[in-house]
Design a protein around this ligand. Structure first.
Ligand SMILES: C[S@@+](CC[C@H](N)C(=O)[O-])C[C@H]1O[C@@H](n2cnc3c(N)ncnc32)[C@H](O)[C@@H]1O
Length: 229
């Protein structure tokens, strides 16, 4: 199944401009295996939301590697969300759902055990997009590059604002994939205090509106309450 997905990426993916042609020769180590090593971190039967899935990385890879997972791929661009739907249908992945939209459009409506992403945004921007979707005992899990330590420092105020636990840096796939994968996991500091539902548009964001793909991002949502429950 992974080989079939690799063929989709190498052929339709490059033809439709979802993947640079230079990536084809390094599809496995830089893309498929780089994402597949996340699979070992996920609990059995977990619900996973992959934000900014693009051509399905890491979401489709996780769905292939772990058929027990229920995977929701969130992608605002039609060309990419259509590709995701076509691949999921061709590979007969019934536990994959494709949502065409931005992360914040799911806030207050859905929650997941794990919210993944790769190459979506720096951690300080990822937190307000991802944490409103993370179940009280769940976590954000993002594949990151060499700037992770600086991203964590820059995200200090957002980590406090969202009442997150200390981020955990993970080095995955040692002895299995080269280069190894660096990821960050962020859980809630106190799952018992996560306020639900996290309704969009109910808080005053500390920063101005973000612009994504030329469109203004609405307010990301309300951080967890300080009160219990
Ligand atoms: C650089 S691509 C990364 C794609 C894929 N995750 C990968 O690693 O190859 C970022 C993707 O995030 C999507 N995106 C941008 N803003 C978003 C948002 N607010 N919510 C969800 N997806 C978003 C873009 O359309 C794009 O497909």
């Amino acid at each position: 199944m992974a080989q079939a997905y690799a063929a989709w990426l190498a052929e339709a993916g490059t033809l439709r401009g979802l993947l640079g042609p230079r990536e084809v020769s390094r599809l496995w180590e830089r893309h498929l295996l780089n994402c597949a090593v996340l699979a070992e971190l996920l609990e059995p039967d977990a619900t996973v939301c992959d934000l900014g899935s693009g051509a399905g990385l890491p979401g489709l890879v996780l769905a292939i590697a772990r058929p027990d997972l229920r995977v929701t791929l969130v992608e605002p661009l039609l060309r990419r969300s259509s590709f995701l739907g076509e691949v999921a249908a061709a590979l007969k992945l019934p536990a994959v759902e494709v949502v065409r939209g931005r992360a914040d459009e799911l806030h207050g409506r859905r929650s997941f055990d794990v919210v993944t992403s790769r190459a979506l945004a720096p951690l300080d921007r990822l937190l307000p997009w991802s944490m409103p979707l993370v179940a009280p005992s769940g976590s954000l899990l993002a594949i990151k590059g060499s700037s992770l330590a600086a991203e964590i420092r820059a995200a200090e105020s957002q980590l406090a604002r969202w009442h997150c636990a200390e981020p955990v840096v993970l080095h995955l796939g040692e002895g299995v994939v080269l280069p190894t994968t660096t990821a960050v996991r962020v859980a809630w500091a106190d799952p018992g205090k996560v306020g639900w539902p996290l309704l969009p548009g109910t808080s005053s964001a500390p920063d101005g509106p973000d612009v994504v793909d030329g469109r203004e991002e609405p307010d990301p949502g309300r951080p967890p309450s300080d009160g219990a429950g």
